[in-house]
Design a protein around this ligand. Structure first.
Ligand code: PHE
Length: 357
């Protein structure tokens, strides 16, 4: 009995898991275990022998059972400890930005532009991308015969057979929102309107769908000087530099008088586009003083009010700021391009937090 006790207690002490422990239990105190078989022999003993062996066997069985139970509890604790150690997690670590989805440069730049103009008191207005030719052309002093209609390579929508109303167009610029905003709020006003526009054109710097941001400020004495200051302030904030060379070139738009196109100094050396240096100029916007006929079309009295307007290419200024050489890549949806040029979702541009950091 002492041998049995020594054998099983040491096996139990060494058992490495619950399966091994169960095997030991069966071998010792299971129905056909060694201790159980010994108990069956009690029947063949004399009464005196039984009086000694009986209690001793019972004590042995009890001792093995309690050793099994203690070991089992110990193994369960060890298993829990191991699991807690392997599933350890530091909840105080900062989150990692998820790089699977990124903000497209167009969206990022739209937010940047909005933050800068909001700081100068402009609010955001919107209009439909499919518009009537009245809003897109006539109200902007571009009558039916005007060459600007042809120059803009307009996409016309189909009308049903027998419907002779003028066709809708995919807006060729954001300028129709000038008229819609004048109608909606009247003067004085200060708005920008970012959004997609369409023209049939395709090369390294032109795509059939691209983005503009319209600006419009109307007041009693708003002048060309205000336009120039606002644009210079914008360009400095946007490119995050103290000064950038701008070139105001006299130009012509039917909806502004006088008109100017604005170019920004840049270089294309070695195929990379750099802003603020070199001898090249990239046109980024058209602008001017709102034509009296346009104010009239929007229901504003040109004898009382005047203002400036501009239309800037969002994609153009995104290319310039972030060194993106080919406009067409913006709309290819190439994941490698999007991961390279995209922005982390939590980097919302603000003037106080930094535009592009
Ligand atoms: N709508 C013009 C364009 O698309 C830009 C512009 C807007 C020019 C406002 C003057 C004033 O080219």
């Amino acid at each position: 009995m002492d041998d049995l006790k020594a054998k099983y207690l040491s096996q139990i002490a060494e058992a490495s898991d619950e399966a091994v422990l169960e095997d030991i239990r069966l071998a010792a105190v299971g129905k056909k275990g060694e201790v159980s078989l010994k108990m069956r022999e009690l029947g063949r003993m004399t009464a005196e022998e039984r009086q000694v062996a009986g209690p001793a066997l019972n004590a042995l069985k009890a001792e093995i059972n309690s050793a099994l139970a203690a070991k089992k509890a110990g193994l369960a604790d060890a298993a829990l400890d191991a699991r807690l150690r392997s599933e350890w997690l530091d909840v105080t670590l900062p989150t990692r930005p998820d790089r699977h989805g990124t903000i497209h440069p167009i969206s990022q730049v739209t937010e940047e532009v909005t933050a800068i103009f909001a700081d100068m008191g402009f609010s955001v207005a919107e209009g439909p991308r499919i518009d009537t030719d009245w809003y897109n052309f006539d109200a902007l002093n571009i009558p039916g015969h005007h060459p600007a209609r042809a120059e803009m390579d307009t996409f016309y929508m189909h009308r049903a057979e027998g419907d002779d109303r003028p066709p809708h167009v995919l807006r060729t610029h954001t300028s129709p929102v000038q008229i819609r905003s004048m109608e909606a709020t009247g003067a004085p006003m200060r708005i920008i309107c970012p959004g997609g526009v369409y023209r049939a054109d395709y090369d390294q710097t032109h795509t059939p769908m691209f983005h503009q941001v319209e600006g419009l400020a109307i007041g009693k004495d708003i002048s060309m000087a205000n336009l120039k200051w606002v644009l210079e302030e914008f360009v400095k904030s946007y490119f995050e530099v103290d000064g950038v060379d701008l070139r105001f070139r006299a130009s012509h738009f039917p909806f502004t008088e006088p008109s100017a196109e604005v170019d920004i100094r840049c270089s294309w050396e070695g195929g990379t586009l750099k802003v603020g240096e070199g001898d090249d100029w990239l046109e980024i916007l058209g602008s001017g003083m709102v034509h009296p006929k346009v104010l009239l079309a929007g229901g504003i009295d040109p004898e009382q009010w005047q203002g400036f307007a501009f239309g800037m290419g969002i994609d153009r200024i995104a290319m310039l700021k972030y060194g993106i050489p080919d406009l067409r890549a913006f709309f290819d949806s190439d994941l490698r391009w999007l991961r390279h040029y995209g922005f982390a979702a939590l980097d919302v541009p603000t003037l106080h937090g930094g535009l592009s950091r």
